[in-house]
Design a protein around this ligand. Structure first.
Ligand SMILES: Nc1ncnc2c1ncn2[C@@H]1O[C@H](COP(=O)(O)OP(=O)(O)O)[C@@H](O)[C@H]1O
Ligand SMILES: [Mg+2]
Length: 281
């Protein structure tokens, strides 16, 4: 008889996280090969639209060094509630999305998080093992940008991801970055739900002319190359950045007069259809 190796603290926490997440039907990771492409905005928009459609939704801000979800969701300065059992209760945002972010544990959100290396991994696992999610239809996870060790470790802390959405900018350089993001998904063993191209074009509010500021077509071409769905392009729109700056994305997310909002609604429908399909197959 061989002696059983005792489970490591990380494995034990992983098991707790798995149990706690059993009450969540779909877990969607949003990833990008690099920062600044609008990953956090797209994650928040997906969560808000799902919530508008009557789904029970939470968003996890897993970007430890650049947490921006509390700001986008209009709850900057709020704190996670810790119940007597030491469990963390998400903050519910306007637009009815339950938000979990390390920033919501800090007394001063402007302090940078200085966790490093193995300690950081442990801290993230410990953090996640304490969250009381409750019954949810969707958890949207805003992963840290890039495809290195850190986003991989964090993604691995979340059990059985239902799928990943890759966000890219339309520039030519993005091709390599998207390929890397796809490899990252393969390494994780997670299905790619599709590619979103953000900041695809800009329509001048004065003259009405549309400009492709950063090139175009990368999202669609890469989707074809990788054999995954192209979920849609989201135009650059100052109404979006202004709403984000005010923490009021929820106020414009059902304004069908905004082309970016229409695009996002179609993207969410495609994601829902894909998940529905994988459940029934
Ligand atoms: N389609 C868009 N239209 C207008 N502004 C956008 C759009 N997408 C992103 N932004 C702006 O770009 C900035 C970076 O977006 P963010 O989602 O934080 O990127 P990431 O998470 O990839 O680093 C934000 O300040 C946001 O307001
Ligand atoms: Mg971000």
């Amino acid at each position: 008889m061989t002696a059983k190796t005792p489970a490591s603290p990380i494995d034990m926490m992983k098991e707790i996280i798995r149990k706690r997440m059993e009450s969540i039907q779909n877990r969607i990771a949003v990833i990008s090969g690099k920062g600044g492409v609008g990953k956090s905005f797209i994650s928040s928009a997906i969560a808000l639209i799902l919530s508008k459609r009557g789904k029970r939704v939470a968003i996890l801000d897993a970007d430890i060094h650049g947490p921006s979800i509390p700001k986008i969701m209009g709850i900057r300065g709020s704190m996670l509630y810790v119940n007597p059992e030491g469990e963390l209760i998400p903050v519910v945002s306007p637009g009815k999305v339950a938000v979990v972010s390390i920033e919501l544990l800090l007394t001063d959100p402007d302090l940078p998080v200085i966790w490093r290396g193995p300690l950081k991994t442990r801290a993230i696992y410990e953090f996640l093992s304490r969250v009381l999610w409750g019954e949810l239809d969707y958890l949207v996870i805003d992963l840290p940008p890039g495809t290195g060790d850190e986003p991989l470790t964090i993604a691995q802390a979340i059990p059985s991801l239902s799928g990943a959405v890759i966000v890219t900018a339309p520039s030519d350089l993005s091709r390599v970055v998207v390929r890397k993001a796809a490899m990252f998904c393969r390494e994780l063993g997670v299905k790619i739900l599709g590619i979103v191209e953000n900041m695809s074009e800009f329509t001048c509010p004065v003259c009405g002319t549309t400009h492709k500021l950063f090139g175009s077509g990368v999202g669609m071409e890469m989707a074809k190359e990788l054999g995954v769905e192209f979920l849609g392009s989201v135009p650059l729109d100052p109404r979006i950045s202004e709403a984000i700056d005010r923490g009021e994305l929820h106020k414009i997310i059902d304004d069908e007069n905004i082309p970016a909002v229409r695009a996002l609604n179609e993207i969410v429908s495609r994601i829902e259809a894909q998940l529905e399909q994988s459940r029934s197959s």
